[in-house]
Ligand binder design. Structure first.
Ligand SMILES: C[S@@+](CC[C@H](N)C(=O)[O-])C[C@H]1O[C@@H](n2cnc3c(N)ncnc32)[C@H](O)[C@@H]1O
Length: 405
């Protein structure tokens, strides 16, 4: 997986390939073929700046793309690279898309009358009595009329992610994660955290599209930028101040079954396991045996949205991911939406806690050497190796063998 900047650093002259890649301006020719091609590429030419461009602060820019979404989001999302790393190779998709076997039916017939608010009008948040769509959140909507998450709901979600052991876990009888390994003796399920869901109004509801209980489905509304950094590869930042409880973006990728994820993992080298899949396991274990086509994950490796650039930070990240029910009451499939955990300043990197167990080598999501910089960092291996390096440095220093490079 090309994600660590140390491994993907290269000179700005190298020619990147793929769907959201930078290319040189093609000026200096009258060829009709090229002119025709240019015309077809107008959208791209407008979005992609030549290499070696200098910005106002006179920092060298190796790459700049004005809109990595290619117009598929309401907001343009730029990408800049001031250190010279490979451009990401993926196709931008603004909505989750089934890869092959995942069973994700969106039918109106599956939405029972008690799972929608067909009698509502206008804005559900302003109705005197909260409608049926608030039932998932205990009879109160999760959102304020300003479109932010209510503090109490947000704090409860943060507490669940900070102290998962204090909260309820589901344990599957036959865990899809273990089944996917295709071995005779499955290990017992390690447990899946029960999560708090938001339920948004949708097509069978009587309210209008501006209803305050429709936030995630309206998409990205803030200015975001993908940027390159030392150590972690690409990352995402906000270009404007964001208040606490603000919806930033959802995690979008291909919808894969767990077996499909294992097949993908098998095809790539052992130390390059996927680092872009997110399990949709909030409901695992609540039923007897989950069929393979219902044990799903989102994989943003080949196709995804801007959320694939959000790096991990142990514990004190500024984003939290919350499951959101939109099109189907069936929680095998749901959306993963990122909200701010606190006020976030313009130009701060946006991070979330992947909840990685840095010691679980069997997990389909590969743990990396964490460089989150948090004082709560859980990557003990990194800490141990850093301590050892320091000790070796001190010993060498004492024996006079150390070299300053
Ligand atoms: C979902 S991607 C995030 C975007 C990624 N940085 C990129 O360049 O495409 C996850 C990968 O980013 C890198 N990463 C994320 N958080 C990191 C951290 N705290 N320390 C080191 N690497 C990190 C790891 O390589 C991880 O596998």
């Amino acid at each position: 997986m090309e994600s660590n900047s140390d491994s993907n650093r290269k000179t700005h002259n190298s020619n990147a390939e793929g769907s959201v890649e930078c290319k040189r301006a093609t000026g200096g020719t009258n060829s009709t073929a090229i002119q025709r091609k240019r015309h077809q590429d107008d959208d791209l030419d407008e979005d992609i700046q030549p290499l070696d461009h200098h910005n106002a602060t006179d920092k060298k820019l190796f790459h700049k793309i004005n809109d990595i979404t290619k117009g598929t989001e309401k907001m343009k999302i730029s990408l800049i690279d001031e250190i010279g790393i490979d451009l990401p190779k993926f196709g931008y998709i603004p909505q989750n898309t089934t890869y092959q076997d995942a069973y994700v039916p969106f039918t109106l017939a599956r939405i029972a009358d008690e799972n929608c608010c067909f009698r509502c009008n206008g804005d559900c948040l302003s109705s005197r009595v909260p409608c049926a769509c608030s039932r998932e959140t205990g009879g109160e909507f999760a959102y304020t009329s300003q479109g932010l998450l209510k503090d109490e709901f947000l704090e409860a979600c943060i507490s669940m992610s900070h102290q998962p052991k204090d909260h309820h876990f589901f344990y599957c009888q036959y865990c899809p994660l273990e089944r996917g390994k295709n071995v005779h003796n499955h290990e017992p399920c390690k447990g899946h955290l029960v999560r708090k869901f938001i339920k948004e109004c949708w097509r069978k509801c009587g309210c209008n599209i501006k209803c305050g209980n429709r936030v995630v489905q309206r998409g990205i509304t803030c200015k975001l930028q993908v940027f390159a950094m030392e150590g972690k590869g690409w990352g995402l930042r906000t270009l404007e101040n964001l208040p606490k409880g603000y919806f930033v973006c959802e995690y979008v990728g291909e919808i894969l079954t767990n077996s499909e994820l294992y097949e993908r993992n098998k095809k790539i080298r052992i130390n390059e396991r996927h680092t872009y899949p997110v399990l949709l396991d909030s409901d695992w274990g609540s039923e007897q045996v989950l069929k393979d086509e219902e044990a799903l994950c989102l994989d943003a490796t080949n196709y995804g949205n801007v959320a694939r650039f959000i790096n991990h930070r142990c514990f004190d990240s500024n984003l939290i991911e919350i499951p959101v029910e939109v099109e189907t009451p069936d929680h095998h499939y749901y959306h993963i939406a990122f909200f701010t955990k606190r006020n976030v300043n313009a130009y701060e990197e946006l991070t979330w806690d992947y909840q990685i167990d840095f010691e679980d080598d069997g997990h389909p999501i590969k743990a990396f050497k964490c460089q989150c910089g948090s004082s709560y960092c859980r990557d003990v291996r990194r800490k141990v190796s850093e301590t050892k390096q320091k000790e070796v440095g001190v010993k060498r220093h004492k024996s006079g063998t150390s070299r300053v490079s």
